[in-house]
Design a protein around this ligand. Structure first.
Ligand SMILES: Cc1cc2nc3c(=O)[nH]c(=O)nc-3n(C[C@H](O)[C@H](O)[C@H](O)COP(=O)(O)OP(=O)(O)OC[C@H]3O[C@@H](n4cnc5c(N)ncnc54)[C@H](O)[C@@H]3O)c2cc1C
Length: 411
C-alpha cells in the first residue's frame, strides 16, 4: 500500500501549468467578448492549435499515453477555469473523437480522429450527433434512420439531430442512427459523415443561457449517403450484434446481459472529463469570491471576517475538493477498465451540482456586483448549469448509478 499516492506526476504538473498559463493569458481575457457575441471563437481555437493544445497529438497523448487517466481531467479543469464556452469550443471535437475511438476499428480511428482536429493551418472540427428533438435522455428512441443500400455499398441517413455541439460547422460528424428501430438501443449504429457530404446541413443555431462561445445547432440529414466503410466497427460486427439483439428480443432474459447502445458507452467513458470541466468553473468562482471577500469591506471590516461569508467559502472549497476526488477516481477506474458502481456518473452528478451551487454562492458573496456583467461570476453561474443537463442529466446519472448499485432495472 505504500505505493498509494494522490500526487500528480512530473508530466502532469507540467501540462497543468502549461494549460493554466494559456487559460489565464489567452482564454480568460477573451471570455466576455465571445460570451456576448455568442459566436465560435475561431481566433482563440487558432491560438490553441498553434501551441498544440487543439490537436490530435495532444488528445492521443492525454488519452492513450497516460496510464493514470488523470491527464485529461487535469487539462480540462485548467482550461475551463479560463472559460467554459471557449473551453468547449476547443474540446468539443473530443466527443466526436471519443465516439470514433469507442466504436470504430483501429483503422477507422487512424483515418478519422485526426480529421476531427486538422492542423494549425487548416483547423477542422468534429461533432457527435446523438440527441434529437424527441430523444435526449431516452437515447434508445432515436428516429434518425440508417438504411443500407447493398447495391452501392452505401448507408443512407435521414433525420434531425438537436443541440449538437459544433453541429453543421464540423468537418466530421459522427451520427448515431437506428438501423433496426424495433431493437431500440441495440439496433443502433454510429456512422462517420465525412467533410462536405451532400444532404447534411445545419438547422437552427440555438441561443443559450451559458457556454455561449460554444456553437450548438441542429443537424439535418436529408438522404445523406456515406460509403459502407463509414459504419463504425464494420458491417460484420453490426450484423452479429443485430442477430444477438433479435435473439434477445425473443428471449428477454438474455437482453439484460447484452452490451448497451454505442452512445451510452461513449458517454460513460467521457463523464469524468465532462465533470472536470464543471470543477474548473467552480474553482474559478471560488477563487474569485475568496479574493473579493478579503477586499470588500462592509460595516468597517472585510466581509470574510464574518463567519457567514467565511463558512460559505469553507463549504465551497470542501465541495470542490470532494468533487475533484470523485473525478480523479472515476478517471483512473475508467482508464483501467474498473468501473463498478457507475463511478463516471457519480463524478458527473456531483461535479455538476457543485458547479451550480458554488457559482450561485459566489454571486451571493459578490452581492450586487455578482449580479452584473461587469464581473465574471454571473457568467460562471450561467455556464455551470449545462453540467446538470448535457452528457446525461442529473436524473439520468442517478438512474445509471441506481441500476449499477442495485442490479435492477430501476425506471
Ligand atoms: C448546450 C448543449 C450542448 C449539447 N451537446 C450535445 C452534443 O454535442 N451531442 C448530443 O448528442 N447531444 C448534445 N446535447 C443534448 C443533451 O445531451 C440533451 O439535452 C440531454 O441529454 C437531455 O435531453 P433532453 O433535453 O431531451 O431532456 P429530456 O430527456 O426530455 O429530459 C427532461 C427532464 O426529464 C428528466 N428525465 C428524463 N427521463 C427521466 C427518467 N427516466 N427519470 C427521471 N427523470 C427523467 C430529465 O432529467 C430532465 O430533467 C447538448 C445539449 C445542450 C443544451
Amino acid at each position: 500500500m505504500s505505493d498509494f499516492s494522490l500526487a500528480l506526476n512530473e508530466d502532469q504538473l507540467q501540462i497543468q501549468k502549461w494549460v493554466h498559463d494559456f487559460a489565464e493569458n489567452v482564454v480568460r481575457p477573451a471570455a466576455p467578448e465571445w460570451d456576448e457575441r455568442e459566436e465560435f471563437p475561431w481566433p482563440v481555437v487558432e491560438e490553441a492549435a498553434k501551441i498544440g493544445l487543439y490537436s490530435f497529438d495532444f488528445m492521443a497523448q492525454a488519452l492513450m499515453g497516460d496510464a493514470t487517466g488523470l491527464t485529461l481531467p487535469i487539462t480540462l479543469e485548467e482550461l475551463f477555469w479560463g472559460d467554459a464556452g471557449i473551453g468547449l469550443a476547443i474540446f468539443g471535437s473530443g466527443l466526436a473523437a471519443a465516439g470514433i475511438a469507442g466504436n470504430g476499428t483501429p483503422e477507422q480511428m487512424l483515418e478519422w480522429v485526426p480529421q476531427c482536429y486538422g492542423t494549425p493551418d487548416k483547423i477542422q472540427l468534429g461533432a457527435f450527433c446523438v440527441s434529437e428533438p424527441d430523444a435526449g435522455s431516452d437515447v434508445s428512441s432515436l428516429r434518425t434512420r440508417a438504411v443500407y443500400d447493398e447495391a452501392k455499398d452505401e448507408w443512407v441517413l435521414n433525420g434531425t439531430k438537436a443541440w449538437i455541439t459544433n453541429g453543421g460547422i464540423a468537418d466530421v460528424h459522427v451520427v448515431v442512427a437506428a438501423v433496426d428501430p424495433e431493437l431500440k438501443g441495440r439496433g443502433q449504429a454510429s456512422f462517420i459523415v465525412p467533410p462536405n457530404t451532400k444532404g447534411l446541413s445545419q438547422g437552427q443555431k440555438y441561443s443559450k443561457l451559458g457556454i455561449r462561445a460554444s456553437h450548438t445547432a441542429e443537424v439535418v440529414l436529408d438522404d445523406v449517403r456515406v460509403p459502407g466503410h463509414c459504419l463504425l466497427g464494420g458491417k460484420e460486427k453490426l450484423d452479429a450484434k443485430l442477430a444477438r439483439a433479435r435473439e434477445a428480443l425473443a428471449n428477454p432474459e438474455k437482453a439484460a446481459h447484452q452490451g448497451g447502445q454505442p452512445a451510452m458507452a461513449t458517454f460513460e467513458a467521457t463523464r469524468p472529463a465532462v465533470a472536470a470541466q464543471a470543477i474548473g468553473i467552480a474553482r474559478a468562482a471560488y477563487e474569485y469570491s475568496l479574493e473579493y471577500a478579503k477586499e470588500r469591506k462592509a460595516f468597517g471590516k472585510p466581509i470574510i471576517m464574518n463567519q457567514g461569508i467565511a463558512f460559505m467559502l469553507s463549504d465551497m472549497i470542501t465541495e470542490i475538493d470532494a468533487a475533484r476526488l470523485l473525478v480523479h477516481r472515476a478517471a483512473w477506474l475508467s482508464r483501467n477498465g474498473q468501473y463498478k458502481n457507475a463511478e463516471g456518473s457519480q463524478s458527473k452528478l456531483k461535479a455538476g451540482r457543485v458547479a451550480v451551487w458554488v457559482t450561485e454562492r459566489a454571486i451571493q458573496i459578490l452581492g450586487g456586483y455578482g449580479y452584473v456583467k461587469e464581473y465574471p461570476v454571473e457568467r460562471w453561474h450561467r455556464d455551470a448549469k449545462i453540467y446538470d443537463i448535457f452528457e446525461g442529466t442529473e436524473q439520468i446519472q442517478q438512474l445509471v448509478i441506481a441500476r449499477a448499485i442495485s442490479g435492477l432495472r430501476i425506471e
